[in-house]
Design a protein around this ligand. Structure first.
Ligand code: SF4
Length: 429
């Protein structure tokens, strides 16, 4: 029999812990299925069951409470040929249970093994989402104040297409795991087991009493007929293929010469509602039309029509690795809020830096050359100040030209908006 157990780091659990049996059972299941190691990925959650990924010589990923399922989903969607198995304890399931519900609802072809031992073993035996009311645990009376969940019932009602429940000591465990892994869709196997390090020290739970629990509350294991539906990954790919709304990427041909072919760093300092980000985007288009590489970094609040809005644009003939602004060549100061956000840069500007300041805006002392403009007197609305500023630097042949700006506006806007934008730009010439 092929074994995938990592002999350099074999499983180590407390003596008598059911996790050890499940580790061996899972290894046997892999072997019985004739799987290759590079076609298996074990994704683990938090807790003692979160150690499984280190015990096998297969692909492995360790996640946090419940979210192991989300990483597993990404793996399976990216490579449908992988057999993806998630191990999770009742602790992780309680904390990150929304991800379990989501996995049940989606029906992506994953297998979740929930190693239910009725407590948080790793952290001292505190109560979990499955601890019975009458259990004695390390978190005093708290398990008496709420009811435990029935994992399989929850999974079934959330749409799981395959569920099963068995003792972690059941000799048929490898077969149960094989059946779950062979199911096309999401399968959940709940194993009941002993946490000898914590739980069974305080509570009468034995292999026999686990069998009795299962007999008393049997789960008709296997395929859940009423939940059967297409596997999520296949359905996702089919729907995505039919989707035709994705636009073709915009190609901007290099066709202009820049006034200055060197690196340009343009900083636009404004407020929400002044179309600062749009202006930054237009500068990028313009720069690319002159053969430059472009990057943009925007800084604004989550609020609407309130708060600063700052756009930092880098145009350079070099490949861009770091997108930060180091030495601005142009600063457009259009609101006090925007200036306050970057007030430190003014002292460090070079004398050659061009600063355009709207008359109503106050800027700190700076060695840069400053030009003031009164947009209000020119009857330009505040939301057009950023665009008008671009018109003004184009009129001065700084960083962009009128041709570059015109092309950028044409490719960015529909005919009507383009016409209005050009009216604003023309006022600056
Ligand atoms: S603390 Fe409990 S679950 Fe963890 S290894 Fe020990 S017996 Fe197993």
């Amino acid at each position: 029999m092929t074994s995938f157990i990592n002999q350099d780091r074999p499983p180590v659990f407390c003596p008598g812990c059911t996790h050890e049996r499940i580790t061996k059972g899972l290894d046997k299941a892999f072997s019985n299925m004739g799987l290759e190691a590079d076609k298996i990925a074990i994704v683990t959650d938090i807790g003692c069951s979160g150690l499984f990924d280190t015990f096998f010589n297969v692909h492995a990923l360790h996640g946090v409470h419940g979210r192991a399922l989300t990483y597993a989903a990404g793996l399976k969607l990216a490579d449908p040929s992988l057999n993806v198995i998630v191990t999770m304890g009742d602790g992780g399931l309680g904390i990150g249970g929304a991800h379990v519900l989501s996995a049940c609802r989606k029906n992506l072809d994953l297998t979740l093994i929930v190693l239910n031992n009725f407590n948080f073993g790793m952290t001292g035996g505190q109560y979990s989402a499955t601890t019975p009311n009458d259990a004695v645990v390390g978190s005093e009376f708290l398990n008496r104040a709420e009811i435990p969940i029935d994992i399989c019932s929850v999974a079934k009602s959330a749409g799981a297409t395959y569920i099963s429940k068995c003792s972690g000591h059941d000799p048929k465990l490898p077969e149960e795991l094989v059946k779950a892994m062979q199911h096309k869709g999401f399968s959940l196997v709940e194993t009941l087991g002993l946490c000898t390090g914590r739980y069974t020290k305080r509570n009468q739970l034995t292999v026999k009493s686990i069998d009795q629990m299962i007999e008393k509350n049997p789960v008709p294991g296997g395929v859940v007929e009423e939940n059967q539906r297409p596997e999520y990954g296949e359905l996702y790919r089919e729907l995505a293929k039919k989707e035709s709304r994705f636009p073709e990427p915009l190609v901007i041909e290099s066709q202009f010469d820049l006034p200055d072919p060197g690196r340009q760093e343009i900083v636009i300092l404004g407020s929400a509602g002044m179309r600062i980000v749009t202006a930054g985007d237009i500068v990028c288009h313009a720069g690319i039309s002159a053969g430059m590489n472009a990057s943009i970094k925007n800084d604004y609040n989550i609020t609407v029509l309130r708060g600063q809005s700052v756009s930092e644009i880098l145009l350079t003939p070099e490949e861009i690795g770091y997108t930060g602004i180091e030495s601005p060549t142009v600063v457009l100061a259009l609101s006090d809020e925007g200036v306050a956000r970057r007030k430190k840069i003014f002292q460090t500007l070079a004398p050659s830096t061009f600063v355009l300041k709207e008359k109503s805006v106050t800027i700190p002392e700076t060695p840069a050359r400053v030009e003031e403009i009164d947009f209000k007197a020119l009857k330009i609305k505040k939301q057009d100040w950023a665009l008008a500023s671009l018109g003004l630097i184009a009129a001065r042949n700084i960083a962009v030209t009128k041709d570059m700006l015109t092309l950028a506006l044409k490719s960015r806007f529909n005919d009507k908006v383009f016409g209005l934008a050009m009216e604003t730009v023309e006022k600056m010439f």
